[in-house]
Design a protein. Structure first.
Lengths: 294, 258
């Protein structure tokens, strides 16, 4: 066989070879589903799982992708956001990945999606029963910065020994006069487990509390899955005299005028010009469409 | 000092492979009493301390602590949760290297407040006031409350470690060579401070040291270990002034006296 013919044969084989639905093989998906079931049964507890290599580097959302692959079905509609936006590189690539490997429908509308994979945000549009939010988690252990030994942090979880987390908040107040932790703000789930809500801004923490949607958290590199089932208490830590507070802005969104959403600051020129826009692009676009209609 | 012991150990033994680290050690410690455990390096002092403090399981023997509310409890039989609670309320542990006992990445105030927060204190203002109070108790400037222990000298770190342990007003403090690694004048001030604190707070303490001077200044009683066995025990002055066992005689004779 000539080299050219060999190449053609390889190409033809490639055309015929199909990925399994949603890329992962079925046994892997079952393994991940078992971890998810355990995570749902013990809200906030980090369940170890055998994270697979995905065709992109650790830290780019491999944990979230594996969870999504394990829960998604042919009827599902997927939305993927990165920093609240549907059109950023990471979001576009992951959405396209599932379009190609699962052939499922995708959307940018929060209300239309059944599975929402996210990095850094929870959508502004209130979530509904039956929706699943999948978080990409870089560091699942909230105490890792203060206690690097995992053997020790696991023990602390087992004994609900969480004074250390308040040490971090104390340190914030001692240094800056207030709690400056602005993202990945630690929470207690269901009155028991301390949990890192992934790097969402603390603005989104109240949305975790008693949410009607199922929240799944996947950390690929760290090989952990945890969950907040629907209608679960999620409490952000704080002191009596320095309670938990969310961010507030003086400005409104420059595009849609929203005052209740999380705003990103955008620098517009090199003379100090800046404006604030919604980080949730779908929310912002929907508001503008409604305003235009009126 | 009260009439009842606060800690008692009986028949403690520990082996590391073929090597005997501890054999047939028994002791009783009364409330407000300071016991010095002396001996040369490798005599089993630190192993004994770890066994007494529940940090290492002995191969044989028991360690019991008289708790405030539940009477005598076997330290090695209690649940880990109960032992941790004890460790951060009624006990203190002062490490030889302050870096082992401190969180070097957070401020002095957070170091002192950690136990309080672990016990459920949730008022920032109160925690901070407590931290300032205990910083003063170890004769440090309250202005250094927000500084990192990394900016402290060795002696100050050791003071901070002591303050961090005392904030819950423990009844028993374990100290592993608390003054070694410090230069002599700093050592003298620290011993002075410890002596005052022990008396004022009526602390019971077990001090492991190889420095007989420290033992004489701090301890009421003394226990001499050699190759994991107790060779002599008695009142500090009595042991140091009239050592009976040849090993103790040698130890006393080899101490540098300026």
């Amino acid at each position: 066989m000539s080299a050219r013919a060999a190449l053609a044969a390889v190409r033809a084989a490639g055309e015929r070879a199909r990925y399994n639905f949603a890329y992962l093989d079925e046994r892997t998906k079952r393994m991940i589903r078992r971890a998810i079931l355990k995570a749902v049964a013990i809200p906030g507890y980090q369940v170890p799982f055998a994270a697979r290599e995905m065709p992109l580097p650790w830290g780019w959302g491999t944990g979230g992708m594996q969870v999504t692959a394990a829960v998604i079905g042919p009827q599902d509609v997927l939305k993927v956001i990165d920093q609240g936006a549907d059109d950023t590189v990471n979001a576009v690539n992951i959405r396209r990945f599932f379009e190609r490997t699962a052939g499922i429908a995708t959307t940018e509308r929060t209300a239309h999606a059944t599975v929402i994979q996210t990095r850094h945000r929870i959508p502004e549009t209130p979530l509904a029963e039956g929706q699943i939010v999948v978080f990409q988690v870089p560091v699942p252990e909230p105490m890792q910065r203060l206690e690097p030994r995992e053997s020790e942090t696991r023990r602390m979880h087992a004994l609900a020994d969480y004074g250390l987390m308040h040490v971090k908040l104390y340190e914030d107040i001692a240094r800056y006069g207030r709690i400056v932790t602005a993202y990945d703000y630690p929470v207690i789930v269901n009155g028991r487990y301390l949990m890192a809500p992934s790097p969402i801004p603390k603005f989104d923490n109240p949305k975790l509390h008693m949410s009607p949607a199922l929240m799944l958290f996947g950390a690929g590199r760290e090989k952990r899955i945890y969950a907040v089932p629907p209608y679960t208490r999620v409490e952000s830590l704080g002191f009596e005299d320095h309670p938990f507070e969310v961010q507030r802005w003086q400005a409104a969104c420059a595009l849609c005028g929203s005052r209740e959403s999380f705003l990103d600051e955008v620098v517009t020129d090199d003379r100090g010009g800046r404006l604030y826009v919604c980080s949730d692009t779908d929310w912002c676009a929907a508001r503008r469409a409604r305003a235009d209609a009126r | 000092m009260s009439e009842a012991p606060i800690l008692r150990a009986a028949g403690l033994a520990k082996r590391f492979g073929a090597r005997l680290a501890l054999a047939e050690v028994s002791l009783e410690l009364w409330e407000g009493e300071v016991l010095a455990v002396v001996g040369e390096s490798g005599s089993g002092k630190s192993t004994l301390l770890a066994c007494l403090a529940g940090r290492m399981a002995p191969d044989a023997g028991t360690v019991e602590f008289r708790t405030r509310h539940e009477g005598w409890r076997d330290v090695h039989a209690m649940s880990e949760a109960a032992r941790r609670l004890l460790e951060r309320t009624d006990w203190g542990f002062v490490h030889q290297r302050p870096e082992d006992g401190l969180r070097m990445t957070v401020s002095a105030g957070a170091n002192i407040g950690e136990r309080l927060m672990a016990l459920g204190a949730r008022r920032y203002g109160w925690i901070r006031a407590q931290a300032a109070h205990w910083l003063a108790q170890v004769e440090m400037d309250a202005a250094r409350l927000d500084e990192s222990p990394l900016a402290f000298s060795g002696g100050m770190r050791q003071r901070l470690q002591i303050a961090r342990n005392l904030v819950t007003r423990p009844r028993l403090v374990f100290m592993d060579e608390p003054t070694s690694g410090l230069d002599v004048s700093v050592q003298a001030r620290l011993v002075d401070l410890l002596r005052g604190l022990v008396r004022r707070l009526s602390l019971a303490a077990i001090v492991v040291t190889h420095d007989l001077g420290v033992a004489r200044l701090l301890a009421h009683r003394m226990m001499v270990l050699k190759d994991g066995r107790v060779v002599e025990t008695g009142l500090t002055d009595q042991v140091l002034d009239d050592p009976h066992h040849p090993y103790t005689q040698q130890l006393v004779a080899s101490a540098l006296a300026p």
